[in-house]
Every structure is written in C-alpha cells, then in structure tokens.
Design a protein. Structure first.
Length: 120
C-alpha cells in the first residue's frame, strides 16, 4: 500500500539525510502524496510506483525551494584551478526537471481534465 513512508524512502534516495531531518520532511511527503492521489482517476492503481515517485518528486521540489530560501544563493568550492559552484537557480532547475518527468509518468493514471469549448 502506498504511504508517506514509501514516499519518504524514495525522497531519501534523492537527498541523503538522517532521521531527524526526515521527521521534518515527513509532513511534506504526506501533503504531496495527497496531492498526487487527488489527481488520479477512479480506476487508477494507487499503489503504482509512479504515484510514489510523483509524490517524492513534488516533495523534492518543495524541499529545494525551501532550502534555497533558507541558505545563501551560491555555494562554491575552489581547489587550485578547479572551481565547483552550485547556484540556487541550478538546483531549482534540476528539481523542476525531476518533478516534470515524474508528473509526465503519472499522466496515464490521472483524471481526464481536458476541456474543449467550441463556438457553434
């Protein structure tokens, strides 16, 4: 059965963390799992792995946004001639891509919300 614990386990594959940090993330896992389940069609399998991946991707995106707001905008490291830097925008872009890919995988399980209005 799909649960927030499975979402948290998947999230921890994206962001390694200790149990104390995981307790802070668990409410986001619950919220995002409910967001995904609310978009599923009535006959969709709620235990499908794509549901867990989608909820974890949404949680990761929320986590990155929160982390970038709390921390400095740029993280960099320099060793001799080599400089490695990671900006908040690059982290957000990466999280957005993970979220988009996971949501696209969920499309076959989602409700049909297409609406067409034609002038007769």
């Amino acid at each position: 059965m799909t649960s927030q614990w499975k979402v948290l386990a998947r999230f921890k594959q994206l962001v390694p963390m200790d149990n104390e940090e995981a307790e802070k993330i668990l409410p986001l896992c619950v919220i995002n799992l409910e967001r995904v389940i609310a978009q599923l069609s009535d006959n969709a399998d709620k235990n499908d792995i794509r549901v867990i991946n989608g909820a974890a991707a949404l949680t990761y995106y929320d986590y990155v946004l929160r982390s970038s707001a709390e921390q400095d905008a740029v993280t960099s490291f320099k060793a001799g001639d080599i400089t490695v830097s990671k900006t908040a925008s690059s982290m957000t872009d990466s999280a957005q891509k993970i979220k988009t890919d996971a949501m696209l995988e969920l499309v076959p399980l989602m409700k049909d919300t297409r609406f067409l209005f034609k002038n007769i």
